[in-house]
Design a protein. Structure first.
Length: 87
């Protein structure tokens, strides 16, 4: 989700009430909203979520795209850690 200050949130609702076809441009790369009244508002987004959105994947898709690297890492580490052994 994009989190904006309360005044921006209210401005968005006011713009939509005034014109249900009002458009808001979301520039994820720049982390900016272009509001119908012409204002540009920055918004925070964590780097991982931003990357997933830019790549068009969710968390699982992110992991699946790295399946080969994960398998190689696990093969290299195989036998070095026994996760079934109790202390």
């Amino acid at each position: 989700p994009i989190v904006v200050p309360a005044d921006v949130h209210q401005a968005l609702f006011a713009a939509i009430e005034k014109d249900p076809n009002a458009r808001v441009k979301i520039d994820l790369a720049a982390q900016k909203l272009a509001l119908p009244d012409g204002r540009a508002v920055e918004f925070p987004v964590d780097a991982f979520s931003k990357q997933c959105l830019m790549d068009g994947v969710d968390e699982l898709g992110y992991i699946l795209k790295r399946d080969a690297a994960i398998a190689a890492f696990e093969a290299h580490r195989e036998g070095s850690i026994n996760t079934l052994e109790t202390a």
